[in-house]
Design a protein around this ligand. Structure first.
Ligand code: DC
Length: 235
């Protein structure tokens, strides 16, 4: 049953939950579980930057070509349908779900995300997607830029080794082969770029709850977040 208050955002029931953090900190798994638990919409903003990188590369654009990238993003129409347990990333008529998950796509996403024009266009769309609340949105700048007034902000972190290992396991599950040491190094390179960019760098919002997930199971992190959401709902 659709809760009218939730749908219109007229109630405190429709929170914006912002989850930020570096690659492999567990954001996607945790955000998806929390969204399911509270019947909120899960939004993966990284998939949007990844899609820009993939389509820019296909179009032969330089990844720092602000004018070309702005034109490309302006024409992109995103859709995120579920297929079973998997969230699909569809842009126009193309399902990019697989193409955006390669290591190259990750690094290219990080590179195009430095371009102000790309960020401005995607942030605007993300704000529209979350304007009625009832969303769990994950990324790098959700609590700092996209929704600075989000009712709950969580910044997930973990050591580079733990994050690289998680990424490596995910890749193996998808049948992609890779050296663990190389995956850890790639995760570190990308974080370095995301933390040090001029616009909307990866930093925790001042009012974010910071959770180091290194020694925790992702189930434990989901539990912790569920408790935080419940506490915000009671306020
Ligand atoms: O979350 P992810 O690994 O799919 O993100 C890919 C890249 O996209 C990440 O390295 C930086 C960029 N990104 C961003 O700049 N801002 C966001 N809100 C989400 C992702």
């Amino acid at each position: 049953m659709i809760d009218e208050k939730k749908r219109t955002g007229a109630s405190r029931q429709a929170l914006v939950v912002a989850i930020d953090g570096p690659a492999g900190a567990g954001k996607s798994t945790v955000a998806k579980s929390v969204a399911r638990q509270f019947d909120y919409t899960y939004i993966d903003t990284g998939a949007m930057y990844r899609s820009v990188g993939v389509l820019a590369t296909e179009a032969g654009l330089a990844l720092d070509d602000a004018v070309g990238l702005a034109a490309l993003v302006g024409e992109m129409e995103f859709d995120f349908p579920w297929q079973g347990e998997e969230l699909q990333t569809v842009v126009g008529a193309r399902n990019l779900s697989r193409a955006i998950r390669s290591p190259e796509a990750a690094m290219n996403a990080s590179t195009v995300s430095k371009v102000v024009e790309v960020r401005a266009a995607l942030v605007e769309r993300q704000r529209r997607m979350g304007q009625n609340g009832g969303v769990v949105m994950e990324g790098r700048d959700i609590g700092t830029v996209v929704f600075p007034d989000a009712e709950l902000k969580v910044f997930l972190s973990a050591s580079a080794e733990v994050r690289g290992k998680r990424r490596w396991l995910q890749m193996r599950e998808r049948g992609q082969s890779a050296e663990l040491a190389e995956v850890i190094a790639e995760v570190e390179r990308r974080d370095e770029q995301d933390r040090n960019r001029a616009v909307a760098p990866l930093v925790p919002a001042k009012d974010a709850v910071i959770l180091d997930t290194s020694g925790l199971s992702l189930e434990a992190v989901v539990d912790r977040l569920g408790t935080l959401v419940q506490a915000r709902l009671r306020k």
